[in-house]
Design a protein around this ligand. Structure first.
Ligand SMILES: CC(C)(COP(=O)(O)OP(=O)(O)OC[C@H]1O[C@@H](n2cnc3c(N)ncnc32)[C@H](O)[C@@H]1OP(=O)(O)O)[C@@H](O)C(=O)NCCC(=O)NCCS
Length: 166
């Protein structure tokens, strides 16, 4: 197995933005928001998170090269691990496992939200001691409703209350 004695974990700077944007767009199918991100939107996002003390974005460096990223978001009782990305050459080398092992504190609770078909991510978090704790079910808007379905009565009531604007 490949070892990573020279991982450096640095906080995100403005110089890292394009690296992250390109990597994120190349892997967007794995993210809950899978829309492509423009440079302008990415800069707006950066200005927002740079002033948010609850989110820290990290960049992984190996031998002077950017290799990937992840973020930790403090939600009070839980820390959310997110935005995991590794550049292709570093995937399957144990780099992300080693990086998160360095960052995870034994006395804190962590959470990750993963698409169920993201096997790499699921096995990464399992390796780090995460266990499934909830099931979120979604019915895509593109699904055809069953014949005769009248939809959700509560939603219909809310719609009529709001003049059909929701
Ligand atoms: C998710 C992602 C970050 C996980 O990366 P990864 O390469 O699987 O994670 P690691 O760097 O820890 O590598 C672990 C793999 O390398 C292998 N490995 C090799 N050397 C290793 C070492 N020294 N230590 C641990 N694992 C090692 C492991 O066996 C493991 O492979 P396996 O899962 O097939 O068993 C990466 O796949 C990625 O960037 N995916 C695209 C974006 C994405 O899906 N993001 C997550 C959204 S929730």
């Amino acid at each position: 197995m490949t070892q990573h004695p020279r991982i450096e974990i640095r906080s995100l700077t403005e110089d890292d933005l394009e690296f992250i944007r390109v990597l994120r767009n190349a892997n967007r199918q794995w993210f809950l928001n899978s829309e492509p991100i423009s440079s302008a939107a990415h800069r707006r996002w950066y200005r927002k998170i740079a002033s948010d003390r609850n989110v820290v974005f990290y960049v992984l460096w190996i031998a002077g090269r950017r290799a990937g990223t992840f973020s930790l978001t403090n939600r009070g009782d839980v820390v959310v691990v997110g935005n995991l990305l590794l550049a292709r050459p570093y995937q399957g080398t144990g780099l992300m496992t080693a990086a998160l092992r360095q960052m995870i504190e034994p006395n804190r609770t962590y959470r990750a939200e993963i698409k169920p078909d993201n096997g790499r991510s699921v096995s990464l978090f399992a390796r780090l001691g995460f266990r499934p704790s909830q099931v979120v079910m979604t019915r895509s808007a593109s699904s055809t409703p069953p014949v005769g379905s009248r939809g959700c009565p509560a939603l219909a009531a809310m719609r009529s209350e709001h003049g059909g604007s929701i």
